[in-house]
Design a protein around this ligand. Structure first.
Ligand code: 7PM
Length: 258
């Protein structure tokens, strides 16, 4: 899964044309490099990001999804917690709703269920602003699994079929560096949830801490983390550096088929 940011182009005059154009070019490069799926976000869900209004999020994300759906036949995912964005994004061509808040906003479960799309539910605590202080767990992996199991149950009860649900332990969301490493080491335990596991570690602080590299030099470390997750059963890898990730996975695949 390639990460595509639908954020305004700071060099443009405020029109949407440049940002759509730029997203199309970035998408083409990621598909060329071997991405199977693209995740489009308007940055409203990002920790530390300035909150974006619903209208602004719609204006950022919907034109990009429409343009991508018209040009490529690759599956599209929308990274949002906003019910109206979920509805409109699926109408525009998205088939997966990726919500770091696990459909906890009012109306999100109803919007997602009515859309007919698949849903990825992620574990976090609190809101992106206060989650850095909420890292006290009695048993981290057990709590992440219990939380995701409860969300899966609720969403199935709301009418979303089990085969449309994915889970994500939420690397970097209300977890310390040590906790992120424990989650990665024990990722295989999430197979108990009987849902495909999606992971996002790409260029995150845990990669920076392990490698000592700044954010723009974390591609190799991120690809290594993605490979370790794949080996532990992850089904979907949310990444910025598609080519590096594909090459890492290709070495693993070659070993497995030899
Ligand atoms: C600043 C901090 C900007 C963090 C962006 C981020 C995930 C996600 C994000 C994830 C799923 C990033 C994050 N992370 N969705 N959205 N899983 N499902 O590094 O780990 O992209 S935002």
């Amino acid at each position: 899964m390639g990460i595509l940011n639908a954020t305004p182009d700071s060099f443009s005059d405020g029109g949407r044309f440049n940002s759509v154009d730029r997203a199309l070019a970035a998408a083409e490069a990621m598909l060329e490099a071997g991405a199977d799926l693209l995740d489009i976000g308007g940055e409203s869900t990002r920790p530390g990001a300035t909150p974006v209004s619903q209208d602004e999020e719609l204006a950022r994300v919907i034109p990009v999804i429409e343009a991508l759906a018209a040009r490529f036949d690759c599956p599209l995912s929308v990274d949002t917690s906003t019910p109206s964005v979920m509805t409109r994004a699926v109408e525009a061509g998205a088939c997966l709703i990726n919500d770091v808040r696990a459909l906890t906003r009012p109306g999100a479960i109803e919007a997602a269920a009515a859309s007919g799309a698949s849903v990825c539910v992620m574990h976090m605590r609190g809101e992106p602003g206060d989650m850095a202080t909420r890292t006290d767990y009695r048993d981290l992996v057990a709590e992440v699994i219990d939380y995701l199991a409860a969300r899966l149950r609720l969403l199935r009860e709301a009418g979303i079929p089990a085969e449309r649900l994915l889970v994500d332990p939420g690397f970097g969301f209300a977890k310390t560096h040590e906790q992120n490493l424990e989650l990665l080491r024990r990722l295989g335990e999430l197979s108990r949830l009987d849902a495909p596991v999606l992971v996002g570690m790409s260029r995150k602080r845990m990669i920076g801490e392990a490698t000592g590299q700044p954010v723009d030099r974390r591609a190799v470390g991120s690809a290594a983390a993605a490979l370790l997750a794949a080996e532990r059963g992850a089904a979907v890898l949310r990444v910025h550096d598609v080519e590096a990730t594909r090459d890492a996975l290709a070495v693993w695949a070659a070993m497995n088929s030899a």
